[in-house]
Ligand binder design. Structure first.
Ligand SMILES: C[S@@+](CC[C@H](N)C(=O)[O-])C[C@H]1O[C@@H](n2cnc3c(N)ncnc32)[C@H](O)[C@@H]1O
Length: 415
């Protein structure tokens, strides 16, 4: 069979088969050309369901949670790091020894066999295993934290979405305390929400915070758009005009900034940055943060107020997606009251397109529903939300195309 461009379908399939069987033969140009690589990554998953027959759909879809579940077991046994560190393939017995946990050898074989069948390890021979590109991509502290945080903190909430929607007759309430997470994670009344639940579980909280620090490593961030820094510098000049010492004024407040990774990243990227940098988060999060020199830590519950007044910029990254509109109005209302006429509000978040949202965006949106009864918003939704609390959008600077991450720059409305 010959395609419209004269290439035989047989040769395309053989070419792809060969790449899959011998990953070292993947041309460097494909790994290095990000646009081309992403085109292929986007095409293959769309092609798979087009080619399947029903029984194959079932095999793929019904068992898909097992990939994450097995990865979680692999993390407990440190398998990805063990294989990455080993220059030669390892027998099952040797793997068992290196885990230090004496796993039952038969059970370990079953786990390894599953991991090999999905590509997370390689089967180098019968009962002999080695690292794979997929498994290596999952090794390391940040990846481990991501697997643990997703499995231990979020997955049960996701599984509870259908039950939650049935209970609410497919009309979810606006209250941020009423969530699928509440059904899936069986929280007590003293810990009604995800963050209160985390506060009582230090290991879960640590995994979540490390994952938050790590999860955008290697992709573009707001700091790759110099015009945002210029806007903050201009705002700082305006708010300090006529006053002595820009250094004493607050240039940047990272609200819900976790353990301070964006504050640190800003200091590193713009060492000459003038004015104070402030990290705000809940008491228990700020207590574990070590943002480094020149970054002030402030304990804040942003549902109750904003202590830093008249800063040049107030920055939220991946925070407002955690809150439904009524709570977001409360949070933003406190910021509006703290803002000067020249202060900037910077919302670093997803801005969904009206049509054709990417899978990265839609899966994040439903995760927000699951965990926090919240959502990812479209541009029109953001504009409406901000205008409801007296703020107006001046600009939206996108820095990541696939998942339309961008910074919404807003100011106080002039009456
Ligand atoms: C999704 S994380 C984002 C963290 C960080 N901005 C980032 O981009 O990695 C949301 C953050 O909001 C914080 N948070 C949740 N509820 C809060 C509250 N009521 N007051 C202040 N911070 C809160 C959490 O502790 C967490 O660090």
């Amino acid at each position: 069979m010959v395609s419209s461009k004269g290439i035989s379908v047989e040769s395309v399939v053989s070419f792809l088969e060969n790449l899959a069987a011998n990953p070292s033969s993947i041309p460097a140009s494909l790994r290095e050309d990000d646009k081309l690589r992403k085109r292929l990554l986007s095409a293959i998953p769309k092609l798979v369901p087009e080619l399947e027959i029903p029984v194959e759909v079932g095999q793929r879809l019904f068992y898909s949670p097992l990939e994450l579940i097995a990865a979680r077991v692999a993390v407990d046994l440190d398998l990805f790091n063990i294989f990455k560190a080993s220059p030669t393939p390892l027998s099952t017995e040797e793997v068992a020894k290196r885990t230090g946990k004496s796993p039952n050898p038969h059970l370990l074989t079953r786990i390894l066999r599953f991991l090999a069948s999905v590509g997370m390890v390689r089967e180098a021979g019968t009962g002999v295993w080695s690292s794979s590109h997929y498994g290596n991509n999952l090794s390391g502290e940040g990846e481990y934290a991501g697997i643990k945080s997703t499995m231990d903190n979020c997955v049960l909430a996701g599984f509870a979405i259908p039950e939650y929607l049935r209970r609410h007759a497919f009309n979810p309430p606006e209250a941020h305390e009423d969530t699928p997470f509440g059904i899936g994670n069986r929280e007590g009344s003293e810990e009604p929400t995800f963050y209160e639940w985390l506060a009582k579980r230090p290991q879960n909280a640590r995994d979540f915070n490390v994952y938050m620090e790590y999860h955008r490593t290697g992709v573009r961030t707001w700091l790759d758009r110099p015009e945002i820094i210029s806007e903050i510098k201009d705002a700082l000049e305006k708010i300090t005009e006529g006053k002595k010492g820009e250094e004493k004024s607050v240039a940047f407040v990272d609200i819900g900034g976790g353990i301070g990774h964006q504050c640190k990243a800003l200091r590193t990227k713009v060492p000459e940055f003038k004015g104070k940098i402030v990290l705000e988060d809940l008491k228990e999060v700020v207590a574990t943060a070590e943002p480094g020199e020149g970054i002030e830590k402030v304990e804040v519950n942003f549902l109750q107020g904003q202590p830093v007044k008249g800063a040049a910029s107030y920055y939220f990254r991946s925070v407002l997606r955690n809150w439904p509109d009524p709570s977001s109005r409360t949070i933003l209302g406190y910021i509006r009251d703290a803002m000067d006429g020249d202060s900037l509000l910077l919302i670093d978040d997803l801005v969904l397109p009206d049509q054709g949202a990417h899978r990265y965006e839609t899966q994040l949106d439903l995760t927000m529903l699951a965990v926090l009864n919240a959502e990812a918003r479209t541009e029109a939704h953001w504009k409406k939300l901000l205008s409801e609390v007296g703020l107006e959008v001046k600009d939206i600077v996108f820095y990541e195309e696939d998942a339309r991450e961008g910074v919404i720059i807003a100011k106080k409305m002039v009456n």
